[in-house]
Design a protein around this ligand. Structure first.
Ligand code: P1T
Length: 386
């Protein structure tokens, strides 16, 4: 099966066996517990909702298929998935190498929870250069955490080069694939060990479900993470599992439209005299455009840009759009606009923001799948207002 077919059929094959109802959409199984005939043997394969649920398991099967992975796991949020991964792979005294430009909440979790409370040390490095990752590795390094492209500066790292480096030291590499979704980038065939998504974003795609996904091939790593997921309890609800199963069916068509609109908007902004810089990997002026072309099969729907002006001008701009809603989050069908320094990345210290080049006035767009001309007109209106 090709991607689009897997996104519709894997995990939702109609049950045409005697007694099966033939549903073409996965039912929402709400039961929290499952009856059995004998003590020693769960009759239908299920025991208790936290350790397994048919709707969630259908979604996990699809997650695995979309990243060409053996295993998939569905979590109650992206950060819950990250927490479960860290609890599974790290002990106090261990060390993590992480990209220095990450979603603010991922950085906060590593820095202010695991580093502060659990004596895990973290080196945040500019992973655009794989040598910076190599040089940061210590004997006690147990995880490499990457995001590519990064939130919000759209920096890339070379998944294959970093995975090759990590393999020499047997350190698992995790790639946060939220921005590209499984449609535009698959880190496992490039050598990464674990893929992670906030499914709150493109994978669900409709801004109505909070969730996280983990996909991987290694059986013993999977057993460890699954054990911790059940032990700690961060499983996705049946209703959210259903929503993500439904959202994934249109992932391919959505991503193509997100990208088509984003290219037009990136070019519009790039040509605009009121804009100093546009960060979009699909622009040939992006410093890592070539890497984007080889590592990804598209450029996605996220971009950020610098207005010619200060923070007050940026605030006025984001308060002036009509179709771009002023809101955190991303990856839904509707367009969103925000100022990372004041919103999604306000938990990153001003000094850390300065170090990675995240200015106070940077504006981030999540380009939706509305009509591109309407979106450009909306931005033009905001330029006029400022
Ligand atoms: O929000 P949650 O589902 O827990 O996922 C966290 C997360 C992880 N990784 C990336 C790349 C993300 O963008 C996010 C969440 N990001 C936002 C809410 C945001 O507006 O950037």
């Amino acid at each position: 099966m090709k991607f689009e077919t897997k996104a519709i059929h894997v995990g939702e094959e109609p049950n045409l066996k005697p007694g099966g109802s033939g549903d073409v959409a996965q039912p929402i199984h709400l039961a929290t517990t499952f009856a059995r005939e004998k003590v020693d043997h769960p009759t239908g394969g299920y025991e208790y909702i936290r350790s397994g649920n048919p709707t969630r398991n259908a979604l996990e099967k699809r997650f695995a298929a979309l990243e060409s992975a053996e295993y998939g796991l569905a979590f109650t949020s992206g950060l819950a998935a990250e927490t479960t991964l860290f609890l599974s792979l790290l002990q106090s005294g261990d060390h993590v190498v992480a990209f220095d430009d990450l979603y603010g909440g991922s950085r906060r979790l590593l820095d202010r929870v695991f580093q502060k409370n659990f004596s895990v040390s973290v080196s945040f490095v500019d992973a655009r250069n794989p040598l910076n990752v190599k040089n940061a590795i210590r004997p006690e390094t147990r995880l490499i955490w990457l995001e590519t492209p990064t939130n919000p500066l759209m920096k890339l790292c070379d998944i294959r080069a970093i995975s090759d480096i990590a393999r020499e030291s047997k350190i698992p590499v995790t790639v946060d694939n939220t921005f590209m979704s499984s449609y535009f980038q698959n880190p496992l065939p490039l050598g990464a060990d674990i893929v992670f998504h906030s499914t709150t974003k493109y994978m669900n795609g409709h801004s109505d479900s909070l969730g996280g996904a983990v996909m991987l091939n290694d059986d013993s790593l999977y057993q460890k993470i699954k054990f911790t997921q059940n032990a700690a309890g961060a499983v996705l609800s049946p209703f959210d599992s259903y929503l993500v199963l439904r959202g994934l069916k249109t992932l391919a068509v959505r991503m193509k439209q997100h990208q088509e609109n984003s290219i037009q908007i990136a070019e519009f902004l790039n040509d605009h005299p009121g804009v100093r810089q546009v960060n979009y990997p699909g622009l040939s002026s992006h410093p890592q455009h070539q890497l984007a072309r080889t590592q990804m099969s598209g450029f996605g729907g996220m971009l950020s840009f610098e207005l010619d002006g200060d923070i007050d001008r940026a605030k006025k701009f984001v308060e002036s759009t009509r179709y771009f809603a002023l809101a955190e989050s991303l990856g839904g069908v509707e367009s969103l606009i925000e100022v990372p320094s004041l919103m999604t990345h306000s938990s990153v210290s001003p000094e850390d923001r300065r170090n990675i080049g995240l200015s106070d006035s940077l504006i981030r767009l999540s380009v939706g799948i509305e009509n591109a001309a309407d979106l450009i007109e909306d931005l033009e209106r905001a330029f006029k207002k400022i």
